[in-house]
Design a protein. Structure first.
Length: 147
């Protein structure tokens, strides 16, 4: 419990933080009894907020996903550029259409890559601001306790 109290975070996701602390744990199987009265207080919006909070509190994967999508979009733009040049030189291209699509793909991929890089920097800042310790001690022993 002391390890939990040393964490300076205010907006915590209990299941994630208890796993992050990393001490031994066990599972206790049980059956949930059906609700006898009333309805749940969890709305769909609250459940979505909980799931988003649990993801963004422990990983930068969504930011990396945007980076990957931006790179894939850039590759698609390059492939479409080759196809457009082929159509242009064989006089089969529609005028103006390809240029607009290519510009949108290149600009869109550049924006996605740029935003994900900025997001990754913000994610690193977020990790530092949380102030989590680099390591946790299971127990504290003095040199006299070794005997």
């Amino acid at each position: 419990m002391l390890a939990w109290r040393t964490l300076g975070e205010h907006n915590t996701y209990f299941r994630g933080m208890s796993a992050w602390v990393g001490f031994r744990h066990c599972m206790l199987p049980f059956e949930v009894a059906p609700r006898t009265t009333g309805t749940t207080k969890w709305s769909l919006g609250a459940l979505v907020r909980l799931s988003v909070n649990s993801v963004i509190a422990y990983t930068a994967a969504p930011l990396l996903l945007v980076l990957v999508l931006g790179i894939l979009m850039g590759i698609a733009a390059l492939v479409l550029t080759v196809q457009t040049l082929y159509m242009y030189f064989t006089h089969l291209a529609a005028t103006g259409f390809s240029t607009v699509i290519l510009l949108q793909l290149f600009i869109g991929s550049g924006v996605m890559i740029g935003l994900s890089i900025i997001g990754l920097y913000v994610g690193k800042i977020y990790e530092e601001v949380k102030g989590r310790p680099r390591y946790l001690l299971r127990d504290k022993r003095t040199p006299d306790d070794r005997a």
